[in-house]
Write a new protein. Sequence first.
Length: 135
Amino acid sequence: MARRKTSPPAAPDTPVLEWIAASVGALLTLGVLGYSAWEGVSDPDAPPDLSARAEASTPGRSGFVTPIVVRNAGFATAADVEVVARLDRAGQPSETRRARFAYVPGRGEARGGVIFRSDPAAGRISVEIEGFEEP
């Protein structure tokens, strides 16, 4: 008597949740690849697009600590960013402080600060980017 071969049991269908997870993974992968390609073809020779602003001062042992935030809206990285902060108060000479930021990444920001002797609440602080280097 010849033996009859039996076929293995049929595999269950793939669950819907597994299809959803695979689709989400594929979309995320395509999104990252698309963004990387777009960033690669954007203007590579454009300089950093830097801006700086002062935040609220707080009293400290050495004077009034004023946090400075430098933002880079461009894709290029900036190194050795020099910032000048000036405190102007009515009837008194202005107080000027400088800060240097070692690295401001493209599409990122760096934080630091300056210290004024006088209370900035009684005046106006202006912040300017003075220069930077290409890393």
